[in-house]
Ligand binder design. Structure first.
Ligand code: NDP
Length: 258
């Protein structure tokens, strides 16, 4: 428990049923937040609520919806107009080079991670600015800084989200709102094996050798979910009340490694 004094705040977390999103929801709940989880699979959402209840004693509201759907952000802001903390976390951009990522897969993944975040931010920012209070946290990814031709769609999408976070966060304090981002390196979630397999195929010629790549990461491992979630909770709180336009790398130094 960090004593971040988030009691009375409400946080909406997209992709909150699994991985980094669920870990963030648990920590925010522990710190006193009321929680709204957004994802597509209702069963995974129910399991997540049960986990949050067991581990924190708090319950959580859920919304079963697809953040890539253009109508979702408006529906969510209508249903939850008083959200204090928006965690834009849902996203999955396929790995591959320019000739490997099919046009429709590229567009679908950007509909979620790029346009989803733009539209969620557009809607919730307006409501926060009216109340002159709120925090938007974008979970982006280290390829936005350390661009990778073999993760081209992700590098480009993440770079645009870093730019959005920095630009919007530079003017949002005038509206009483903070906009911040986190750039995780590889994190130990369900996606880790999928992403590392693709990389191992390209770099080592054998997808089954993906664990060798993980062993070569800083500290000999991927980040734990809680190591990202802790930063989400810190950035959500007034302890970081002077932080806006910042994008925090949590990647064991990968972004700057020569
Ligand atoms: P997970 O795959 O573990 O979880 C993804 C979550 O997003 C699930 O709750 C999933 O639920 C939800 N989701 C997926 N698609 C949609 C959709 N269209 N609408 C609503 N919810 C959706 O992801 P991670 O925790 O690994 O990743 C979270 C974020 O962190 C992502 O944006 C990812 O790009 C980023 N990231 C992850 C890294 C990693 O190594 N894991 C590294 C760098 C960045 P459901 O399928 O039921 O909708």
């Amino acid at each position: 428990m960090m004593k971040l004094h988030l009691e009375g705040k409400t946080a909406l977390i997209t992709g909150g049923s699994k991985g980094i999103g669920l870990a963030s929801a648990k920590l925010l709940a522990q710190e006193g937040c009321d929680i709204v989880l957004v994802a597509r699979d209702p069963n995974a959402l129910s399991d997540a609520v049960a986990e949050i209840q067991t581990e924190t004693g708090k319950t959580a509201q859920t919304m079963t919806c697809d953040v890539a759907n253009q109508e979702t952000p408006e529906k969510l802001v209508e249903q939850f107009p008083d959200i204090d903390i928006l965690v834009n976390n849902a996203g999955a951009i396929p790995g591959g080079s320019l000739d490997q990522v099919a046009a429709d897969a590229w567009r679908q993944s950007w509909d979620l991670k790029v346009f989803g975040i733009i539209e969620m931010t557009r809607h919730f920012y307006a409501s926060m600015a009216t109340r002159r209070s709120g925090v938007i946290i974008n979970v982006i990814g280290w390829a936005g800084l350390r661009v990778d031709a073999n993760y081209l769609a992700g590098s480009m999408g993440n770079a645009s989200l870093v730019a959005m976070t920095r630009a919007l966060g530079s003017t949002s304090p005038a509206d009483g709102v903070r906009v911040v981002g986190i750039n995780p390196g590889p994190v130990d979630t369900d996606r880790l094996e999928f992403l590392q397999r693709k990389k191992a195929e390209v770099l080592l010629g054998d997808a089954n050798k993906w664990r060798e790549l993980v062993a070569k990461l800083p500290f000999g491992r991927a980040a734990q979910k809680v190591e990202i979630a802790s930063a989400v909770a810190f950035l959500a709180s007034e302890v970081s009340g002077y932080t806006s336009g910042s994008v925090l790398e949590i990647d064991g130094g990968l972004s700057w490694k020569i």
